[in-house]
Ligand binder design. Sequence first.
Ligand code: AMP
Length: 449
Amino acid sequence: MTSFSDLTLVEPILRALEKQGYETPTPIQSSAIPLLLEGKDLMGIAQTGGGKTAAFVLPLLQRLSHERTRPKPNMPTAIIIAPTRELASQIGKAIQVFTRDIKMFHTVVYGGAPYGPQMQDLKRGVDILVATPGRLMDHMKRRTIILDNVQTFILDEADRMLDMGFVDDVQEISSKMPKEHQTVMFSATMSPQIKRLSKSLLNKPEYVEAPRETAVAETINHSVLMVSRDHKKDLLMHLLGMPDKTKVIVFVRTKASTEALVEDIQNAIEGIKANCIHGDKPQRARERTLRSFKNDRISVLVATDVAARGIDVSGITHVINYDLPMEAENYVHRVGRTGRAGASGIAISICEPRERNLLRSIEQMIEMKVPVDNDHPFPAPAHKERRAPGKAKGRPFSKTKKPSFKGKPKAAANSGKRGDFRSKSGPGKPSGRAFAKPGSKRQSFKRAS
Ligand code: AMP
């Protein structure tokens, strides 16, 4: 097995790796680091969770620290672009960790944050600049970033950048760099558009791919729960009411639905603390929410795909897909939030009838059938045959005992206003029957602690 020292990394980096508790390189690190140290252009196919950040950050640091001269004001030596603020911050943090013993300056710039502090940092001079494409372009127009000294250009999550419509910005940014520079592109998928972009940006690139199976199946227990559209929300509340849901990300499709769902969750389940992140939320509010999630002050984070990319929160026990992703590869990104660095995790998808095609494309992409679990109070009929062969009629949530749902539902959950998902029994009636299996006791969503 390769070790970090076999990869010819220098002593200060090896020390930082040791401090971080990294013992062995991940597959993408073993294959990418030597090529990048040689200065090659590279196309890497890797999902979040496989250690791709260190795969490009470590060789970059090593190359830059070799014969380093102090960077000139507003002229960074390396540029890393990432599609979202969260991912950019995450990369910035990785650089910070690995530069404790190395003289190297970096800063992170993204939209939604004030220009003043960013301009000050840039003026002081940075070796590495991490940026979202939009804000980088703004600084280029203001001449507060000049790309004449760039030696390395790294694009992280390039597929996501294309999805978000940054392709022209990316081309323009690249065109302002000196002809001779190293370009590195990482993407979770190799779509025709990514192929085209890589052809236009990369010069005789090497190609590396992280083994796919580590990206999803191995440490993550997947299941899908079939449900009618009417009972989707009831089912989510039922799942979140289980005591094992200690740190959960709930993925939804639209920004608009995040806030309403948080309200519904807090109304429905006593004592639960939830919040959301989405693209329209101010940066500071997003950061605050993420900190609360990291520090266990909230246990449920509702998020859209774009806002959640790049989030690195350890100890996430469950990923719940409240809406299935429109693009299959986002399934990989979503479930990659749990089961990180070898820990086990649980990914539960809620699937309403009109989402069955999305489920099929996910299964094709991850090359496995997601086992159906109909052992919940709202099973949609006629899909029992999809249960994975040989799989016990399982409970996807955990092996722990279900809580008993005794007592009354919280009044707010039955108020008849938006967020009232107790659909059948009509507003005002003190019943939680919509959650209950026919003939079962009344339920509320008081969470066992
Ligand atoms: P990434 O795919 O870059 O987002 O990394 C996913 C997680 O794995 C991060 O929390 C990293 O700190 C961690 N990680 C990356 N490389 C290693 C390694 N070689 N050993 C242990 N953990 C790692």
